[in-house]
Write a protein that binds this ligand. Sequence first.
Ligand code: TEU
Length: 599
Amino acid sequence: MMKKKWWHDKTAYQIYPKSFFDTDGDGIGDLPGIIEKLDYLKDLGVDIVWLSPIYRSPLADQGYDISDYYSIDPRFGTMEDMERLLAEAKKRNMYVVMDLVVNHCSDEHEWFRKACEDPEGEYGKFFYLRKLKKGSCGVQAGDSAEGRQAQYAVSSPDGYILPCNWRSYFGGPVWEKLPGHGDWFYLHVFHRKQPDLNWENPKLREEIYRMINWWLDKGLAGFRIDAIINIKKALPFRNYAPDRADGLCSIHRMLSDAEGIGAFLGELRDRTFAPHNAFTVGEVFNEKEEELPDFIGDDGYFSTMFDFAEAVWGSSPEGWHAAAQITPDDYRACLFSAQERVRDIGFLSNIIENHDEPRGVSRYIPEADLRGMDAALRLTAKKALATIYFFVRGLPWIYQGQEIGMENLPLHSIEEVDDIASRNAWEVMRGLGISSEDALRAIERNGRDNARTPFQWTAGHAAGFTTGTPWLQVNPNYRQINLEQQAADPASVFRHYRRMTALRRDPLYRETLVYGSFEPYLADDHNVIAYLRRSQTLTILVLSNYQREDRTLPLPADVRKVLLDNCTGSGSPAPLIQDGRVALTGYRTLVLELAQKSE
Ligand code: TEU
């Protein structure tokens, strides 16, 4: 039995500050806006709030490129605002975690500026810098290891042979010329304005720990930890067989070779998080199977980590145009395999979307279904998805706007797109000859702007997000989808989320919903997504007819009580339960308390 932790029975929420609520009319969300909305979040049933980065930044990657870890970017507010937010959250028994972005910093950080001044000095060693030579690439030097290395080598546009042929997550080689130098280059696995920090250097690690402790001493409850698996590179730098015509290979290929990240993560935990009993959630892709207990076990590197099984399903190394669209059965398989994988090792953090992903309702409800639905069925389907992910074992996260069923943003031209990942995907697809129409559709389905359009508070100007001009366009559906309208509608997605958080907190059911076992039900039944949560005293069944067609489904035991019905408030008749079966209309989803087996 895992050790009980203070955060296990909580509900968490991710705020993307730039698009949450703007109080000074500059079209950018800010800290005073978050403070103003704390009561809204409390009423929704939120306990833990993660803020995407608000540190000083040039916003080359929307704040995931930090130029000063110790200050708040003036666009979002001041350190006084931050301290006020911490105090106001505390008054409401809410917990604030910030984004910890330490695989890289901004190229405008003073460390990097000093590295440019003296690449061989102390700050040059905070990064991966290499003095390179010109030469010819692709030389065939036999099939020796060196030969293969040589044959995959790539060079910079001006002929310098690069230390490795890895491709940045945002496209192109991971090596960029060091500003002010002709033959010095620096590594960046993300954007060229995000130079990687050299975690092999203990002096760099000490600086990072000092900063983390400074923030934890301020009263932060913990951190969401950005891209952390990338801090351990497979060294020395080596080439891998290219996986595209650009001669480069995916970072994931290198990460599968990287060994020993635990030394860094264990030291990080022991020097910062553990002494503060901090809550931490790792953004971890590519972890190795055997590492799971080390990552999120009782004394793991992190308290929890996100389940990305559903988010990464169907992605293709070729590009966004080749990504497969997930079906309900695929979604169920991902959800269940993630639960099976973690079992009693620890707690996953469960999501249907975040600031890097498309809107969950546009991804996990089949596009054909969603398009053909009338408004009522659309609502039912959104609440079905909400119920299914919310009650699996682990910590449920709501991403801003998810609670009102915000949808993907329709696009008419690449000019509308802000996201650097989407713009890179556009170049890749167009370079492969994909039509601009198909490339734009692929960006609509996969782009990060989908989750970054302003929160839709009202049907008024700019959806009530700002009195000015929003930094990114508001989704044109804001008159149909906004909080003000949904708060007054008992059948709305918002009111359903509020019922879900209330059920999770209900003293009668909390123990079972938090610590109960997870047991798939009807796991092979096409378009049915159902599972049991069992404790010593209670059995709860989550049962979803996840399709448009009606279904009558068998029940594993007598029903004692309908705890939640995604058609509440919609005028639909109560579900017909008789002879051990339940009749469910399209996307009807129920949470049922069942008679215990012994009864
Ligand atoms: O993302 C890490 C990451 O690797 C994936 O989310 C994905 O590869 C990336 O979003 C590109 O599509 C984190 C942050 O969540 C993301 O917003 C940042 O862009 C990235 O790290 C760099 O800090």
